[in-house]
Design a protein around this ligand. Structure first.
Ligand code: PMP
Length: 281
């Protein structure tokens, strides 16, 4: 397998991690996961825009111009011969003698590689059970940083309980999933947490917000309580890997009839038209 290392495509074996890389020691870096459908990087502009924003917020200079990065990613995808998968892209502040504050001279490290990936059709069709967990993360989760321990611990709890995701609750309010955004529908109102410092503004979330305009749902970008979430007609999560995925049970409580809701289905269908593929029935 080949990877992208800064501005070059090189064999995976030729990459070695430096002991004092700040991504390794401090989680001092950012990342993106971009879906590849049929050889095309889905929503790449939005992903690169978010990457640039994350870099700016953490004052990590991009090692190469964003246009060059996009061209390199296309080359990487072509080189991988993978048509359905995802690109993982990470930039760390680079290597320097261990000291918390930024080094005087930063030489960021960019790595990217492609992995094959299947759409989780069964989950998307039947829906998933999720648990709730306390949102113990820091207050800048809008930055897609490498610091994911709060997410990791919540997802581990979900796995231990046989659930597909953990929905995070901060001060009684629903924020997002451990690696997804949360949407909830009551009547013809569709609720999701506003894109502030308490959630990551998912690219799939942004696509769904666009798709909502063609439905008779009214968007309410406002936080809801856990109690309100449990009373919703429909709940679904969104992310790059799972697209629009129905939630049919939260902890021990069924959502709606305990099956994927009609609006969720409609949004899944609209999403599939975008990517040019439909879940086989
Ligand atoms: N929130 C969190 C915490 C995430 O990790 C992710 C996945 N990266 C998302 C939301 C969804 O983002 P996207 O739609 O860009 O995959």
């Amino acid at each position: 397998m080949n990877i992208l290392l800064n501005n070059r495509i090189v064999p995976r074996e030729s990459f070695s991690l430096d002991l004092e890389d700040r991504g390794f020691q401090f989680g001092d870096g950012i990342y993106e996961v971009i879906r590849i459908y049929d050889g095309i990087l889905f929503e790449w502009e939005a992903h690169l825009e978010r990457l640039v924003r994350s870099a700016k917020e953490l004052m990590i200079p991009l090692p190469i111009p964003v246009n060059t990065l996009y061209q390199n990613l296309q080359l990487l995808v072509r080189d991988s011969e993978i048509t359905d998968g995802s690109v993982y892209l990470q930039i760390t502040r680079g290597s320097a003698p261990r000291f918390h504050a930024f080094p005087e001279k930063t030489d960021p490290t960019l790595v990217a590689y492609v992995r094959e990936m299947q759409r989780p059709l069964e989950k998307m069709k039947k829906g998933i059970k999720v648990i709730t967990a306390e949102d113990i993360r820091w207050l800048r989760v809008d930055i897609k940083s490498l610091n994911l321990l709060g997410n990791v611990l919540a997802r581990q709890k979900a796995v231990e309980k046989g659930a597909g995701e953990a929905i995070l609750i901060r001060d009684g309010m629903v924020t997002e999933g451990s690696s997804s955004n949360v949407f909830a529908i009551k009547g013809n109102h569709c609720f999701t947490h506003p894109a502030n410092h308490l959630i990551l503004n998912g690219i799939t979330r942004q696509v769904v917000l666009r798709l909502l305009k063609d439905t008779d749902l009214t968007l309410k970008e406002t936080p809801i309580t856990l109690g309100e979430l449990l009373e919703m007609d429909e709940v679904f999560i969104t992310n790059t890997g799972q697209e629009v995925c129905p939630v049919i049970q939260i902890d021990e409580f069924k959502i709606g009839k305990g099956t994927p809701g009609i609006y969720t289905r409609q949004l899944q269908f609209a999403f599939e038209l975008l990517i040019g593929s439909v879940i086989p029935s």
